[in-house]
Write a protein that binds this ligand. Structure first.
Ligand SMILES: Cc1cc2nc3c(=O)[nH]c(=O)nc-3n(C[C@H](O)[C@H](O)[C@H](O)COP(=O)(O)OP(=O)(O)OC[C@H]3O[C@@H](n4cnc5c(N)ncnc54)[C@H](O)[C@@H]3O)c2cc1C
Length: 403
């Protein structure tokens, strides 16, 4: 039960932690809230790190609230504070500096951190990763005109940075070990489109090769070629920050398993955002959702449940990426079914629907943002659709919601 005495501790002062603190107050939680984050910065949203921070004429970091805003909300924000200990019996979180915080309810919003590439780190060139504000500011300074920028990993982060680096006048190479870029999305249409788009903008895309070792002036690849590098950024995925959860005895395949209320297996202990592992009906498996919408909405739903409301969170994965001025939104699991394409792929304005057993299980809207709300509703409703209708360019997509 949540009362005015219920002490909430949130570990992880990123988007999920910050939004959960706000949502707890909005839902009427009057007890103490402590928000613990290891970064020096106030809570912020990360999409700006690979977009505005790299692209704008001046870097202008945006924060969820300023220090006064957190004080007004009566949230005790403890930045530069790494939680290193958790005791489930004493219901206590311990910081690296020895401070402790007792809790009645605990929210773990510890997010993820970049998977590292030690074989490159052993080389003479500095290796960059992109997860926090300081990473983005350092990368921005490194992206000087004429520099050879090598991006290891052709996923969303690598391609967004490729786009920013081209805009800043760099020579850019993307190295992707899979046969195509954006392999995680699973859409052959999108992968082909992204490769064509980036190549047309001057990015050298090298798929099907992996990093062998760092040389004095670049990176040697598995096919024996050497790519010259002044700046190296590795974007090969993330791993969940689960040390605190493990101390509590919480388990998951690759994160912290939660139900649709955000609850873990321990009474009063919840998890939200990138670190939370949820059941995904369109993927048919437990997984972490690494996107802005989940960090926002699952955290808010969990906070409501912590405050005594009953809210079920069951949204399909949805995220967006901006590359060379093209807005691409992805919902569900575009790789799980047969892809139907509508619109003009060559012209950079198209929508795809992935259909499995007569239901839409995923889709992509490239510069067709208005189709996204229909795609999301189709994925959620699992409504049966007609392939003939969807393939008909004159058929209005929204009619598939009613027909
Ligand atoms: C460069 C970049 C661009 C992105 N762009 C997009 C986009 O365009 N669209 C989209 O949908 N999504 C995007 N994302 C993903 C989105 O930002 C994440 O899904 C979101 O940040 C997850 O929020 P979170 O709060 O769960 O985790 P995080 O943002 O990782 O925050 C977790 C916080 O917890 C802290 N922490 C961890 N362990 C401890 C500890 N023991 N003690 C104290 N503090 C701790 C971490 O330092 C971190 O500050 C992007 C991510 C990145 C990195």
């Amino acid at each position: 039960m949540n009362t005015s005495k219920t002490r909430v501790v949130i570990v992880g002062a990123g988007q999920a932690g910050g939004r959960a603190a706000e949502a707890l107050r909005a839902a009427g939680h009057t007890g103490p809230i402590t928000l613990i984050g290891e970064e020096v910065h106030l809570p912020y949203e990360r999409p700006q790190l690979s977009k505005a921070i790299l692209l704008d004429s001046e870097p202008n970091p945006a924060f969820i609230r300023n220090a006064n805003g957190w004080a007004e909300l009566d949230v005790k924000l403890s930045t530069s504070s790494r939680a290193v200990a958790a005791d489930v019996n004493r219901r206590e979180i311990g910081l690296k500096d020895g401070k402790t915080f007792a809790f009645d309810q605990l929210l773990l919003a510890t997010g993820t951190r970049p998977r590292r590439m030690p074989e490159l780190e052993r080389g003479p060139l500095p290796v960059n990763y992109l997860r926090c504000m300081d990473d983005a500011l350092a990368l921005r300074s490194a992206l000087q005109p004429g520099k050879n920028v090598v991006l290891v990993g052709g996923g969303v982060i690598g391609l967004e940075v490729a786009s920013a680096a081209i805009a800043r006048g760099c020579h850019v190479t993307v190295i992707e070990k899979a046969a195509t870029v954006l392999p995680q999305v699973g859409s052959a249409v999108l992968s082909r489109y992204a490769e064509t788009l980036h190549t047309a903008k001057g990015v050298c895309i090298r798929c099907g090769v992996s990093v062998k070792r760092a040389t004095a002036d670049g990176i040697e690849l598995s096919d024996g070629t050497v790519v010259l590098a002044d700046v190296i950024l590795v974007g090969i995925g993330v791993e969940a920050s689960v040390e605190i959860a493990q101390q509590l005895g919480l388990k998951g395949q690759q994160g912290i398993k939660v139900d649709t209320s955000g609850a873990t297996g321990i009474d009063g202990v919840y998890a939200a955002g990138d670190v939370a592992e949820q059941w995904s009906p369109c993927h048919g498996r437990w997984m972490r959702l690494e996107n802005w919408a989940n960090a926002q909405n699952q955290a808010i739903a969990t906070a409501k449940n912590m405050s005594g409301e009953t809210t079920v969170y069951e949204a399909p994965p949805w995220f967006w990426t901006d590359q060379h001025g093209i807005n691409i939104q992805i919902v569900g699991h575009p790789g799980a079914g047969e892809e139907i394409v509508r619109g003009d792929v060559a012209g950079g304005r198209f929508t795809t629907l992935s259909v499995r057993d007569g239901e839409v299980v995923g889709g992509i809207a490239a510069n067709t943002a208005r189709d996204m709300s229909v795609l999301r509703r189709l994925v959620v409703s699992r409504k049966r659709v007609s392939r003939d209708d969807l393939e008909n360019p004159h058929f209005e997509l929204k009619r598939s919601l009613v027909s």
